[in-house]
Design a protein around this ligand. Structure first.
Ligand SMILES: [Fe+2]
Ligand SMILES: [Fe+2]
Length: 197
């Protein structure tokens, strides 16, 4: 496996950060790493950055919501009103900021993938696309996303098609349950539908 594009420091920092997390969260991150590698292999994308973006995606997921909100406020991370209401939604942005500014990781694909893994965003590259999908395809999320198999099959053919289908299905479930939908999810879906026409 070629991991040359990542510095040894980055690998050590990520592994150390992950090792300090609660077991359940850590195991989720390991499963996401495996799924990410499988999807990368489907598309002949080098697995190194994908593996470490997936491994590190939830490093801030265990932080209390108040801490996430305070961290975002103190570090000028933009906060959407829906994120102020549900600060857990900020864990990607906060995790990415910690990796960049406290741990001095500078692989931009990893930082971008961690930042956007919850909502996604229209201009994300393939490393971030795979990280987003792999996170949603963890088998422990089957109840939340019963359409996982369809998304996994689509991901073999087209990452963007898989993402837009995931967004369509998850947004419609949220609407049925009368939950608030993150505006970025709608914006991204609209953009992807247009470019995939
Ligand atoms: Fe997450
Ligand atoms: Fe996750």
């Amino acid at each position: 496996m070629n991991r040359n594009q990542i510095s040894e420091d980055t690998i050590r920092i990520l592994r150390n950060r992950v090792s300090l997390l609660p077991k359940g969260l850590r195991n989720h991150m390991f499963r996401v790493e495996e799924i990410g590698i499988e999807i990368a292999n489907d598309h002949n994308i080098p697995v190194n950055l994908v593996a470490y973006a997936c491994l590190g995606h939830d490093i801030a997921r265990g932080m209390p919501e108040n801490d996430l909100l305070n961290y975002a406020e103190n570090n000028n991370i933009p906060i959407d009103p829906i994120e102020r209401q549900s600060p857990i939604l900020l864990h990607g942005q906060v995790g990415s900021h910690i990796l960049q500014h406290e741990e001095h990781i500078n692989e931009k694909e990893i930082l971008e993938a961690v930042w956007w893994h919850t909502t996604f965003q229209k201009n994300i590259g393939p490393i971030g696309q795979i990280t987003f999908l792999a996170d949603k395809l963890d088998e422990r999320k089957l109840k939340q996303y019963p359409f996982q198999e369809e998304i996994r099959s689509l991901a073999k053919v087209s990452l963007l098609k898989a993402i837009v289908t995931f967004l369509s299905k998850s947004i419609s479930t949220m609407i049925e349950k009368e939950q608030i939908v993150h505006p970025l999810a709608i914006e991204t879906r609209n953009h992807l539908l247009q470019i995939l026409k």
